[in-house]
Design a protein around this ligand. Structure first.
Ligand code: GTP
Ligand code: SPV
Ligand code: MN
Length: 588
């Protein structure tokens, strides 16, 4: 008997005509074999993987991508719902049958001379009712090995799927890595994604942004849950109690760093549960519970060092999982180990840059690409919470939203209630980064840090968020933060990183009712004396400035919000319109 899964793979084999088909089982032995093959497999004249030294960074491999393929390409990413309106202005839309015709044209014969890797995987703990069954095919060894790190690959997925046709179907080929023939097409109604022409993380590891956010957000709306671009952490206070938070920040705005935080405050500890994606359900007791569907971290390398993120450096130095991949970083030739700006204070003398050339110090350019990344298993992370595998997830007491803003947004404030929290998240603005192709440093609205990842109309998404007021018995507090405010000289005013624990402490104190804060136009702010600034050299005026609300800046901000809201037409819920009117009055 042929199962629907076998039939699907057979049909794809006929279409893509690979020389070989290989089903991944997720074993260690298999990973070692695939890594070995990757060392001698060439793509665009570059070996897929280069072995680095195990001495400091065990199991480390270097991957150089095509320089035209170093970030997500949002302008080539489509959501193909039957009706255009369902996708919303936040997505580029194509008619599903037209999209499939286009993709089938690209896929036809695309694996000739190559191997098709069939990757069965589960997003979430297979024991969890919230977990989802998925299969991706790919012709990229880099993608296959990355999927092993980022998801739970193996027979458990095949067993869970059994004779059912109800699983996510991911179609992927790197094609010729040509941006003119690159498309990432989502079909939420059919639980599938077709991706061609890119090997980059968010474009090619289909379990990540494509499935666990775009497709899952669509499913979540249908089924009454949320798929969010959020970290999950537990913050343990000196009294031993752990408070769980979610945190949403746009790409390259601090999620991974907050998720693996080593607090400067004595007696505090951060437990990591997730650094990028959270699936949120109303639990049996009426609280919101979150699970992380992923199994590893695909993190921004530059800026990750012993001072900023010691836990991540320890994670990368762990030998608990094979392999760890370094994509578009530089290489320190004296040690044969990965290097990037910020890993060490001193730049090594003998570097190979991310293009594979001898690094030219005088070029003025960084040796590692600004969006260079490591791919490492959560098993390597020393702060991973024991609750990470809890099938129910963890109960959430606080949701933190943030963005990258040199002005306008204060260090921290608390929203007044759920509607106000949803509103505040819906108007997040953030400077673009190297995580997406296009200009960096341009402020754009990025509601809930989900603008590039919401798989349906964002007006309906806001409505869905508002419904949790009635679905949940007890809602978390909602906070807004900004670690990136700058002074007149263009310097960050807040030290950030490990010092962000000072802000987390205030949030816990608020959740426990230990501090009362003070009301300002945007919400509830810490009184300066409520912030634990012990051991920090920072001028009182700087903290005051960090917590200030500038009428002038908000008078510039509000028209941008209005302009953004106007794009939704009548899709903006009335609760949010009322909130915006209220905000306008405050700054009139
Ligand atoms: P994605 O993986 O793209 O989703 O990024 P992310 O949101 O996980 O961001 P990440 O933690 O990797 O940080 C991105 C960049 O911001 C890195 O270069 C960090 O060094 C820097 N960064 C993170 N936290 C802080 C902070 O508190 N202050 C400052 N100044 N920079 C930070
Ligand atoms: C992001 O850009 O938000 C990332 C990297 O986390 S990617 O997986 O490529 O989306
Ligand atoms: Mn991300």
């Amino acid at each position: 008997m042929t199962t629907p899964l076998q039939k699907w793979v057979k049909d794809l084999t006929d279409l893509m005509t690979p020389d070989k088909v290989y089903w991944m089982n997720g074993s260690d032995k298999e990973a070692k074999q695939l890594a070995k093959e990757a060392e001698t497999t060439m793509v665009n004249g570059v070996p897929v993987l280069t072995k680095l030294s195990d001495k400091e960074f065990p199991n480390s491999y270097w991957h150089r991508s095509n320089p035209n393929d170093v970030a997500r390409t949002e302008h080539l990413t489509y959501v193909c719902t039957p009706q255009r309106e369902e996708a919303g202005f936040n997505n580029i839309w194509m008619d599903p049958s037209q999209a499939k015709e286009k993709m089938n044209g690209l896929f036809k014969g695309c694996m000739k001379g190559r191997t098709m890797y069939v990757i069965p995987f589960v997003m979430g703990n297979p024991k969890s009712d919230y977990a989802k069954n998925c299969v991706q095919v790919t012709d990229s060894l880099y993608v296959a090995l990355s999927m092993r790190i980022m998801t739970r690959v193996g027979d458990v997925a095949v067993e869970r799927i059994g004779n059912s046709d109800d699983f996510f179907k991911g179609y992927h080929s790197i094609g010729e890595v040509n941006p003119d023939r690159r498309f990432i097409m989502h079909f939420p109604h059919e639980n599938s994604v077709m991706s061609f022409g890119s090997g980059y993380g968010g474009n090619a590891l289909l379990g990540k942004k494509c499935y666990s956010l775009r497709i899952a957000s669509y499913l979540g709306r249908k089924e009454g849950w949320l798929a969010e671009h959020m970290i999950i952490i537990g913050v343990q206070a000196p009294d031993g109690k752990t408070t769980y938070f979610l945190g949403a920040f746009p790409s390259a705005c601090g999620k991974t760093n907050l998720a693996l935080l080593d607090p400067v405050l004595k007696g505090y500890k951060v437990w990591t549960l997730g650094d990028d994606i959270a699936w949120i359900n109303v639990g049996p007791d009426g609280q919101l519970y979150a699970i992380n569907p992923e199994a590893g971290f695909f993190g921004v390398a530059p800026g990750t060092g012993v001072k900023t993120n010691p836990v991540m450096v320890e994670t990368l130095k762990s030998d608990k999982f094979f392999p760890t991949l370094y994509t578009n970083t530089a290489v320190d030739n004296d040690n044969n180990s990965p290097w990037w700006e910020g890993l060490t204070d001193e730049k090594p003398e003998n570097l190979t840059d991310w293009h594979g050339a001898k690094y030219d110090e005088t070029s003025g350019k960084p040796a590692a690409h600004p969006n260079s990344r490591f791919t490492v298993s959560a098993k390597c992370c020393p702060t991973m919470s024991p609750e990470y595998e809890n099938p129910l997830g963890v109960p959430i007491s606080g949701i933190i939203f943030g963005g990258r803003r040199k002005s306008t947004i204060p260090l921290v404030y608390e929203c007044e209630n759920w509607d106000h929290g949803v509103f505040t998240a819906s108007i997040i603005g953030s400077e673009t980064t190297a995580a997406q192709s296009g200009a960096a440093g341009v402020v754009r609205r990025d509601p809930m840090a989900m603008l590039p990842f919401c798989g349906y109309n964002m007006g309906d998404y806001f409505k869905h968020w508002l419904t949790f007021k009635n679905r949940a018995k007890k809602l978390p507090k909602v906070f807004m933060v900004n670690w990136f405010r700058k002074d007149e000289d263009g310097k960050f005013m807040w030290p950030g990183f490990r010092d962000n624990s000072r802000v987390l402490k205030w949030m816990i104190d608020r959740i426990e009712g230990k501090v009362e804060g003070e009301k300002k136009e945007l919400g509830l702010f810490p009184k300066i004396e409520e912030l634990d600034l012990s051991g920090l050299e920072i001028a009182k005026e700087t903290v005051e400035k960090l917590l200030s609300v500038s009428k002038e800046e908000w008078q510039k901000e509000i028209p941008m919000i209005e302009e953004f809201y106007s794009k939704f037409g009548d899709k903006i819920p009335k609760e949010l319109k009322e909130q915006l009117d209220g905000l306008k009055k405050k700054f009139a």
